[in-house]
Write a protein that binds this ligand. Structure first.
Ligand code: HEM
Length: 404
């Protein structure tokens, strides 16, 4: 098959199952041969940087999923959760809820969270140091965001172990193929998580000043914009969404960064010699192995992408991962350069839905990788690593290392 034929034959739904290990060669083929590709189900797949940016910024693009999720979730708790989550709403609901959620991410709240992140990482590193051989994903990358979000929501120590299971079940319900049993478990997870949060919220309402440092719950309960507060349903469902949005993405950023440095020993050495390169290292990791690889939108009007016009009503997959390796935007995009500048990577999306946690994610990434590299100069792989099979996210299920 010619490159053009291979690109034309691409089907995202098939790709999910078959090629999850190394998608970048296919993204490149698509970008060069069929950049506004149509899948067999009629949806479009965009791979050029300028097109992906346009899909995020164009006013004729919708994120609302109230119609799309109905056949899958009916009227149950998963439907309420996902359709109330900020990311699956359009203005005016999106505009109002985003302003109210911003209370959790003010510069003041972030400066309170930074020492919390430092403390969590120092504790984790002490534990890892005594282990010598360990799993980056399980023992470090996933543990950090779960602790940070628990602190933000004020989840007591004894309940924190529940959160990752909830998140996996609730997000798993968005996978392309989901069994009836998985849907029931996802619904049960939403209900249990709601109960847990409702208790915390009730306690905070009675005692608004009782927050620990880094907690944002009071700001979300009592915060007002133009005389309005989050409704009880918006409050609970978006607290759940904050965990879901910030946990696997941040864990992927940490795991992918370690893998990127191990695969490019010259760059690892540069970072060890010049720790001040940590900020640009994190930007390069976000570009090179974007944790969230593919976003999605629905066109509400005809929109032109280059020479192709996508008709109103079409579903669009916006491939952040392909855009972040587009040579029209990045010099030598397949090469890892931890001091790359400029680096206009779009791993956090763009436009009105740009990631609300982007500063927090960068803080977590910078401190987690910076301290890790400083603490463990003898870092090396310790066995086979395993990529997660999910194509929309990029990260490892297993990344064993040794530091002694
Ligand atoms: C560190 C790695 C992270 C990456 C790569 C990432 C990526 C993204 C992307 C691409 C979007 C836009 C989705 C779209 O336009 O459809 C998004 C939205 C969002 N993210 Fe993140 N995220 C990260 C961490 C976090 C964290 C730590 C939090 C909070 C605790 C968070 C909270 C959110 C929220 C609330 C939205 C929805 C914004 C909106 O719809 O207006 N993210 N994220």
């Amino acid at each position: 098959m010619s490159d053009l034929e291979t690109a034309k034959a691409f089907d995202l739904n098939e790709f999910d199952k078959k090629k999850a290990g190394d998608p970048f060669a296919m993204y490149r083929l698509l970008r060069e041969n069929d950049p506004v590709h149509q899948n067999s189900d009629g949806s479009y797949f965009l791979t050029r940087y300028d097109d992906v940016v346009q899909s995020f910024k164009h006013p004729g693009m919708s994120s609302d999923k109230k119609v799309a999720f109905k056949p899958r979730f009916g009227d149950g708790p998963l439907y309420t959760h996902h359709t109330t989550s900020l990311v699956f709403n359009d203005p005016p609901i999106h505009t109002r809820v985003r302003k109210l959620l911003a209370a959790a991410f003010t510069p003041r709240k972030l400066s309170e969270l930074e020492p919390v992140v430092e403390r969590v990482i120092d504790d984790l590193l002490d534990r890892l140091g005594s282990m010598g051989d360990f799993e980056i994903i399980e023992d470090y990358a996933l543990a950090l965001p779960t602790q940070v979000i628990s602190d933000m929501l004020g989840v007591p120590e004894e309940q924190r172990h529940l959160l990752r299971g909830y998140s996996n079940l609730i997000l798993g319900a968005l996978d392309p193929v989901v069994s009836g049993e998985d849907l029931r478990r996802g619904e049960a997870a939403v209900l249990e998580f709601e109960d847990l949060l409702n208790e915390l919220i009730a306690r905070r309402r009675e005692e608004p000043g009782g927050s620990q440092i880094g907690e944002v719950l009071s700001a979300l309960i009592f915060g007002e914009v133009d005389g309005e507060r989050l409704s009880p349903v918006e409050l609970v469902q978006n607290c759940i969404f904050l965990l879901n949005a910030g946990h696997e993405t941040t864990a992927n950023l940490i795991g992918n960064s370690i893998d990127m440095l191990l695969a490019a020993p010259d760059q690892l050495q540069r970072l060890q010699d010049r720790p001040e390169l940590i900020r640009t290292t994190i930007e390069e990791s976000l570009r090179y192995q974007s944790p969230l690889q593919i976003g999605n939108r629905k066109a509400t009007e005809d929109v032109a992408f280059g020479k192709t016009t996508i008709p109103a009503g079409s579903f669009i997959h916006c491939c952040i991962a392909a855009a972040n390796r587009d040579p029209a935007q990045f010099d030598d995009p397949e090469y890892v350069d931890i001091s790359r500048s400029p680096n206009r990577q779009i791993a956090f999306g763009m436009g009105k839905h740009i990631c609300m946690g982007n500063t927090l994610g960068r803080i977590e990434g910078r401190i987690a990788i910076g301290k890790f590299i400083e603490r463990f100069p003898d870092l090396r792989r310790n066995g086979e690593s395993r990529q997660s099979p999910r194509v929309r996210f990029r990260g490892f299920d297993s990344l064993p290392v040794s530091v002694t």
